[in-house]
Design a protein around this ligand. Structure first.
Ligand SMILES: Nc1ncnc2c1ncn2[C@@H]1O[C@H](COP(=O)(O)OP(=O)(O)OP(=O)(O)O)[C@@H](O)[C@H]1O
Ligand SMILES: [Mg+2]
Length: 312
């Protein structure tokens, strides 16, 4: 047993345990790599730990680039839990998930053989499945998942007359941008309204929002270590986050229709080192993503913090 406070750097008085390597067997390759600079959000991490330790179905909802997918990945990494990320895009079909009949040659004869899809394969193993972009899934595909969402949800392979009991270490997680009620902001095109019976089956729904300025600064400096080495690195990161905060307030107030995600702040920091100019990098990382009419607003945020437009 290890203390969660120590492993994740969060403020919580609980113990967590790792999976032994030999229990994982040949799935070791699927254990995500630890990102030592990762900054954990307390509530989202506790929700995920409930998922891993107590077999709850946990959904993480939040804006783009706030660290939903990587939170699941990094918690799994620290618990030694193999993780399989499945993108629920519009091309994922029922047979990808359930399986299909395939033709194989056996003893010189062509025979049809059922080939297990992702779900029956995963359910029988000590593995966590992450359905990424859960709200983009197609309704017919979603119903396949419905049954396994229940905690002891056995999985019936109709075509096979077979009922599969889940492995005690099988886990299921999802990330979504919307809460399943449709896209109210216009930001998340391609998402669907989710069936409420399905949303109901998720035991824990955590909301991941933008981090505090201090935490975000640690994230940026952690993800772009070369910035930390610069004498003005810390200051620069703090200033960038100030601009990012302005875009978020501006977005909420309706002044701007594009919002700077933590992911964009990280690429801005990266691009600053690549292009050697923080203003040019700002334009290439963020301003050019904005509507023509709103570019002056984005530039004004920059000016307010950096005191000038880009130097060229
Ligand atoms: N708390 C954090 N600590 C360290 N890095 C972070 C953190 N949050 C986000 N990042 C970094 O920001 C980037 C975006 O994170 P991630 O892909 O998890 O976002 P997401 O919420 O899943 O976004 P989307 O909704 O677009 O899928 C990653 O490169 C990740 O390393
Ligand atoms: Mg994601």
């Amino acid at each position: 047993m290890m203390s969660a406070a120590e492993v994740f750097g969060i403020d919580a008085d609980i113990k967590v345990s790792k999976i032994e390597r030999d229990e994982v067997g040949e799935l070791t390759d699927h254990i995500p790599e630890v990102d030592p600079a990762y900054v954990f959000d307390t509530e989202a991490t506790l929700a995920l730990l409930a998922g891993f330790e107590h077999n709850r179905r946990v959904m993480i909802q939040g804006g783009h680039g706030t660290g939903k997918s990587t939170h699941v990945e990094q918690v799994a990494a620290r618990l030694n839990w193999p993780l399989i990320r499945i993108n629920l895009d519009g091309h994922l079909t029922r047979s990808d998930l359930v399986g299909r009949d395939t033709i194989v040659v056996r003893d010189g004869q062509q025979v049809t053989e059922f080939q297990e899809g992702l779900l029956p394969w995963a359910i029988q193993r000590p593995v966590a499945v992450l359905f990424d972009e859960f709200d983009a899934g197609r309704p017919d595909v979603m119903f396949v998942i419905q049954r396994v969402l229940e905690r002891d949800g056995r999985f019936t392979l109709l075509d096979q007359n077979r009922v599969i009991t889940p492995h005690p270490r099988f886990r299921l997680f999802a990330t979504t941008n919307t809460v399943g009620l449709g896209d109210l902001t216009g930001l998340y095109r391609g998402t669907n309204v989710l069936n409420q019976a399905q949303v109901d089956r998720w035991n824990v729904v955590a909301h991941l929002d933008y981090l505090s300025a201090e935490a975000e600064r640690r994230v940026v400096l952690g993800q772009v270590p070369a910035l930390k080495e610069r004498a003005d690195g810390e200051e620069l990161a703090a200033a960038m986050i100030e601009v990012a905060a302005m875009t978020r307030t501006g977005f909420a107030a309706g002044d701007l229709s594009t919002v700077m995600s933590p992911r964009t702040v990280i690429s801005w920091a990266d691009n600053t080192l690549t292009f050697g100019d923080v203003g040019v990098a700002y334009r290439l990382s963020f301003v050019n993503k904005c509507d023509e009419a709103e570019k002056p607003v984005a530039q004004e945020y920059y000016q307010r913090v950096f005191g000038s437009t880009e130097s060229d």
